[in-house]
Design a protein around this ligand. Structure first.
Ligand code: ADP
Ligand SMILES: Cc1ncc(COP(=O)(O)OP(=O)(O)O)c(N)n1
Length: 290
């Protein structure tokens, strides 16, 4: 099992480091806000939420979703930051161009993003692992134009890389091309995740800041239960950034966290089970499986 050095935790009664996720709800509990909050909690952070959409989702896929109005999404961000304060922010499913525009304005207003004090992890979620759309097609341009330049780091998977840059990543060389193209869109760092590079026996993630490449890799884990892997990686990255880690340190930490979660992943329903950060909870004797 992968060894994960944990983040510092607050003493009982003292306020933990806070982090905000701007994302959709997954009724199946595997991805989205539910995955983010699980990672934040198990790493000892207090998670705050700006809900963007409520999906109707289980282990077999997404059968629909209801968007939250853009003004309510923006108001959640403002409400949390103005009172509670956050050390980092992560975004996932944003659903539509109007929601993206509202998130970009709200983040800029409260100092989230590259020119503000608060690091911003942009996971440009476009579809579920089953191919169900989670972002309107016409919203891609809004994402590129308004949120990419605000991001501290963007974390697309290979399907998202293709939609955003037009580059088909098939090997190390095309992964580098994609990282350059993503960086040209304005984020401080681009992370091209390699989970979908199924021809390789590795799962290599490539990080680029316009000057240097950093590779984070692990032997591919043979599991069908990888739902929420991208969310978990981005949430752990945001958690480490909120603790003041540098971007390469935060990604290195998050890679180990998601790898351990994949090693411990469990079946759920008739489809894909989730990445499992619950391996951290070991306070009672093991319960018999039901
Ligand atoms: N089978 C696997 N074995 C090891 N690591 C994996 C595997 N699948 C995904 N990962 C890792 O999980 C993270 C999320 O990956 P990816 O599947 O590319 O994103 P998404 O979940 O957004 O589609 C990355 O760090 C990736 O390398
Ligand atoms: C509500 C919601 N948000 C995001 C996703 C996609 O999550 P991701 O971590 O990319 O995981 P997979 O879909 O690849 O398992 C989602 N499904 N739902």
């Amino acid at each position: 099992m992968t060894d994960v050095p944990l983040l510092p935790t607050a003493a009982p009664g003292s306020t933990p480091v806070r982090v905000l996720t701007i994302a959709g709800s997954d009724s199946g509990g595997g991805a989205g806000i539910q995955a983010d909050l699980r990672t934040f909690a198990l790493l000892g952070l207090h998670g705050c939420v700006a809900v963007t959409a409520v999906t109707v989702q289980n282990s077999l896929g997404v059968s629909g979703f209801q968007e939250i109005t853009p003004d309510v999404v923006a108001a959640q961000i403002d409400s949390v930051v103005s009172d509670i304060g956050v050390g980092a922010t992560k975004s996932g499913m944003l659903a539509s161009a109007p929601i993206i525009a509202a998130v970009a304005d709200a983040c800029a207003d409260v100092g989230i993003g590259r020119d503000g004090a608060t690091p911003f992890v942009l996971d440009p979620v476009c579809a579920s692992m089953h191919g169900d759309p989670l972002l309107a097609g016409e919203a891609l341009e809004e994402l590129r134009a308004t949120l990419f330049p605000l991001a501290t780091i963007v974390t697309p998977n290979l399907d998202e890389v293709r939609l955003i840059t037009g580059i088909e990543v098939v090997d190390e060389s095309t992964q580098r091309d994609a990282a350059r193209a993503l960086h040209d869109l304005g984020p401080q760092w681009a992370l091209v995740k390699g989970g979908h590079l199924r021809s390789s026996d590795q799962s290599p993630d490539l990080l680029f800041d316009g000057a240097e490449f950093h590779e984070f890799t692990h032997a591919r884990i043979d599991t069908g239960h990888d739902h929420g892997a991208g969310d978990t990686l981005a949430a752990a990255t945001a958690s480490a950034l909120a603790h003041g880690r540098s971007v390469p340190e935060a990604v290195a930490f998050a890679k180990r966290w998601v790898t351990r979660g994949l090693e411990a992943a469990y079946p759920l329903g008739a489809g894909h089970g989730p990445v499992n950060p619950l391996w951290r909870v070991r306070i009672t004797p093991e319960a018999p499986a039901r």
